[in-house]
Design a protein around this ligand. Structure first.
Ligand SMILES: [Zn+2]
Length: 271
C-alpha cells in the first residue's frame, strides 16, 4: 500500500449526551450503517463526573478527572499538565481541525497547535449544529488537516430541555444523524471515522455514576477496521486519544492511561 496511515484522514464526531439505547430507539440510518460496516460497543464508559468538560479533558488527555483536575464545566490550567491528543499529533507532524459550538471546548488544546478552528455560539439552538457541519464539510473536503474533531452539542441541549429519551431528544438525534451523513459524504473515501458520546443522561440531567449517564456508544469504521464487529473489551473515554494516535501509526503518549482499541483493527494492531 503506497498510502501511509498518516495520509488517511481520521474524523471524530462527538454526539453530546447521546445514550446507546437512544440510537436503537431513534431512526438513525447513518449510525446504523456505521455499526454495520465498523466495530461497535454500546457499553463504553464515561468518566465521573459524567459532565461535558471533564469528559472532554479525559478524551483529549487520556487520563481520569482525578488526574486532570477538571471536575466541572469550567477550565482551570492544569497544575500538572498532561499531553493532549492534538498536541501529540502536531508534534508528530499531523495537522488537526476543530469544529464546535460550545465555547469551553477551546481548552481541550493549547494555543498554537491547531491548523483550523471553527466555533459558533449555537449549541442552544436546535438547528445549531448546522453551521458546525457546514464548516466541517468545507474544511474536511480540502483534506489538509488529517485529524478533524466535529462536536455536535444540540442533543445534550435537547436532553436538558425535554428529557433524555423524550420524543424531542430522539428527533434531535435523528437530525444529527443526517448531519453526520453530510460530513461523511464530503469526506475523502479513505477516512477512518470514530463516533461516540461523552456521557448519557436521565430525566433532564446527567453527572452521576448511574448506567444511564455512564454507558455510551462508541463506534469506529473505515479502511483497516473490522466490519460488523461487536467490541468485546472494555472501552472508556480514556481509550479514544490512544486509538486516534494509533490510527495514524503513532504510539500513545507515555502520560496517557488508556489504550488503543486494536481489537477493532483488521490486522489486530496497525501501530
Ligand atoms: Zn449536559
Amino acid at each position: 500500500m503506497s498510502e501511509t496511515l498518516r495520509d488517511m484522514p481520521v474524523i471524530f464526531f462527538m454526539m453530546d449526551g447521546v445514550r446507546p439505547d437512544a440510537i436503537d430507539a431513534a431512526d438513525t440510518p447513518t449510525l446504523d450503517g456505521m455499526r454495520q460496516r465498523g466495530a461497535y460497543t454500546a457499553m463504553a464508559q464515561s468518566v465521573m463526573p459524567s459532565i461535558t468538560l471533564p469528559c472532554h479533558m479525559s478524551i483529549f488527555k487520556s487520563v481520569p478527572p482525578s488526574r486532570h483536575g477538571i471536575l466541572q464545566n469550567e477550565y482551570m490550567p492544569l497544575a500538572r499538565p498532561v499531553m493532549g491528543l492534538i498536541e501529540h499529533l502536531h508534534n508528530n507532524g499531523i495537522d488537526s481541525a476543530m469544529y464546535y459550538n460550545w465555547d469551553y471546548l477551546r481548552d481541550v488544546v493549547q494555543p498554537g497547535h491547531l491548523y483550523r478552528n471553527f466555533y459558533s455560539n449555537t449549541s442552544l439552538d436546535p438547528e445549531g449544529d448546522v453551521p458546525t457541519v457546514e464548516a466541517a464539510c468545507e474544511g474536511i473536503s480540502k483534506n489538509d488537516a488529517k485529524f478533524s474533531f466535529v462536536y455536535l452539542g444540540t442533543t445534550d441541549t435537547m436532553g436538558h430541555a425535554a428529557g433524555w429519551m423524550s420524543d424531542m431528544y430522539l428527533r434531535q438525534i435523528e437530525k444529527i444523524d443526517g448531519l453526520i451523513a453530510q460530513v461523511l459524504h464530503a469526506a475523502p473515501a479513505n477516512s477512518r471515522v470514530l463516533i461516540h458520546s461523552d456521557h448519557g443522561g436521565h430525566e433532564r440531567t446527567h453527572g452521576t455514576d448511574m448506567p444511564e449517564d455512564m454507558n455510551i456508544p462508541w463506534m469506529l469504521a473505515g479502511p483497516g477496521i473490522k466490519e460488523g464487529h461487536a467490541i468485546g473489551r472494555d472501552v472508556s473515554l480514556l481509550d479514544t486519544a490512544p486509538t486516534i494516535a494509533s490510527l495514524f501509526g503513532l504510539e500513545p503518549h507515555q502520560q496517557w492511561e488508556g489504550s488503543p482499541v486494536t481489537e477493532a483493527y483488521v490486522d489486530g494492531g496497525m501501530a
